[in-house]
Ligand binder design. Structure first.
Ligand code: MN
Length: 254
């Protein structure tokens, strides 16, 4: 893998993920878009690493939530910033339409996983759900829904049918989560090591688990750094960014 983006000198990166923006929680939509405009103003590169939306049934579905984030991204991009998006497990159908969501808002799509370079260091970016390999039923569903055949069939259905399907899937997943242990839903440490070794990196950034942390792990005498991004929930007081510039790496409260 070659780095898709290289930051150096005065560049300033801002990372966020798991906003799960949805019509049933407009407080988080307002809070996140305001925070992104404010904190993003002082960045040159913005990376949104998946689950921007709690549901995404196709780029032809517009609502107030999509317009709010799209407008915010568009203003930041038009102001001279590079805005990069990654798909998550809830919004894995982003950018399957014509034009794509990214195209409409002057952003660009990152593959999951992918490599970037931050001030001379190769860094792996991922949403994070692929690391949770202990959750076998989820991984099976993931493989099925990421297939081209499944996506073609799904996107060929009328919008109302797609929305019904997605809402059912969401409530089923919320229900099943209650029976899953914390460990089952976290990143598998061995898988993290394997993925980082394969990519030839010692630093990784991901979201998905909603367990923000800077993990350090020793492997073959080298320290591996894994930065896990927080999710956003205005009512619960959760949210935040990771900022990386020539001065270093730190979490930033909204
Ligand atoms: Mn996720």
């Amino acid at each position: 893998m070659n780095p898709l983006v290289r930051l150096h000198g005065d560049d300033r990166a801002l990372f966020a993920s798991d906003m799960h923006l949805a019509e049933h929680d407009l407080a988080t939509v307002s809070a996140f878009t305001a925070a992104l405009e404010q904190h993003g103003a002082d960045a040159t590169h913005l990376f949104l690493l998946g689950d921007l939306f709690d549901l995404w049934v196709g780029d032809d579905h517009h609502d107030a939530v999509a317009d709010a984030l799209g407008g915010c991204i568009g203003r930041l991009a038009d102001g001279g910033r590079e805005v990069w998006l990654m798909r998550g497990n809830r919004d894995f159908l982003i950018d399957t339409g014509t034009p794509t969501f990214s195209e409409r808002h002057h952003a660009r799509l990152l593959p999951d996983p992918c490599l970037i370079e931050l001030f001379g260091e190769r860094v792996l970016l991922a949403h994070g759900d692929a690391l949770c390999i202990d959750d076998l039923p989820y991984q099976k569903l993931r493989a099925q829904m990421r297939s081209q055949q499944w996506q073609r069939n799904f996107l060929a259905q009328p919008l109302t049918g797609r929305l019904d399907f997605a809402r059912n899937l969401r409530s089923r997943s919320e229900h099943e989560k209650q029976g899953k242990t914390e460990m089952l839903m976290d990143a598998n440490e061995e898988e993290v090591r394997r993925v980082m070794r394969e990519a030839g990196v010692t630093t990784m950034i991901h979201g998905h688990t909603h367990r923000p942390a800077h993990h350090r792990d020793e492997l073959d005498g080298v320290t591996l750094h894994r930065w896990v991004l927080p999710d956003w929930d205005e009512a619960a007081g959760r949210g935040g960014f990771l900022r990386v510039d020539a001065g270093g790496w730190r979490f930033e409260a909204p």
